[in-house]
Ligand binder design. Structure first.
Ligand code: AP5
Length: 216
């Protein structure tokens, strides 16, 4: 069973790589960002709360996110394995994850994969990103364009730009990453399951590297 945590700054390629792994390894991708964006779309109470934080590039409070992930990991489709994309993002979230894996689910993480991409590249990646409005697949106008302009290769729906992919918000998200999330690399570095990968290469090359780690 493969249970992965993906670390990395906004725009590092966590979603892009998680999608590939999900399809090839038949394990479920759990993106806290996608869960929150869906809640915003449906106008739920969670969505109303999350939108305020997301629009400002801030993290949604730990207790809210931890509750969401705890409920999600208990669903049946996680039993074959999962990829946590965007969680944990703080030490408190990492400690809560350790606790729920040990005490509620009786399973362990198998891989913590940190995608390394310098800040200078992030802005171009995120301003050029387009995502599928239906299935969430990620594209880039220059680096990973869809086969047909503005249409998702996978499900044929329209592509949209995320609200938080504006330059000002991207800079705030990067600041939050360096202040609150980057320290998780140290948290996991002695686990024996921690892998750092150069995320600046072509997405296929990054994926081959990840795949070699997962199939080792
Ligand atoms: P979230 O949705 O998780 O956003 P993020 O972590 O900022 O990451 P992104 O989705 O922007 O980037 P990614 O690494 O997935 O990159 P992608 O593959 O798309 O979170 C959004 C917000 O929700 C947060 O700001 C926060 O408010 C809230 N939130 C979420 N989780 C939370 C938590 N746990 N706690 C509290 N709050 C939380 O790639 C980016 C672009 O680059 C794409 O266009 C892609 O095509 C392109 N690309 C990818 N790989 C490559 C490559 N190798 N070469 C060239 N281009 C590439």
């Amino acid at each position: 069973m493969i249970n992965i945590v993906f670390l990395g700054p906004p725009g590092a390629g966590k979603g892009t790589q998680s999608n590939k792994i999900e399809h090839e390894f038949n394990i479920v991708q759990i993106s806290t960002g996608d869960i929150l964006r869906n809640a915003v779309k449906t106008g739920s109470e969670l969505g109303k709360l999350a939108k305020k934080y997301m629009d400002e590039g801030k993290l949604v409070p730990d207790d809210v996110i931890i509750g969401i992930v705890k409920a999600r990991l208990q669903q049946d489709d996680c039993k074959n394995g999962f990829i946590l994309d965007g969680f944990p993002r703080t030490i408190a979230q990492a400690e809560a994850l350790d606790d729920m894996l040990k005490n509620d689910l009786n399973i362990e993480l198998t891989h913590i994969i940190a995608l390394e991409v310098p800040d200078e590249l992030i802005l171009e990646r995120l301003t050029g990103r387009r995502s599928c409005s239906k299935c969430g697949a990620a594209y880039h106008l220059k680096y990973n364009p869809p086969k047909v302009d503005n249409i998702c290769d996978i499900c044929g729906s329209n592509l949209v730009q995320r609200d938080d992919d504006k330059e000002e918000t991207i800079n705030k998200r990067l600041k939050v990453y360096h202040e609150q999330t980057e320290q998780l690399k140290t948290y996991y570095s002695n686990s024996g399951k921690y892998y750092e990968i150069d995320g600046t290469k072509h997405p296929d090359e990054v994926y081959e590297k990840i795949k070699s780690i997962l199939t080792k």
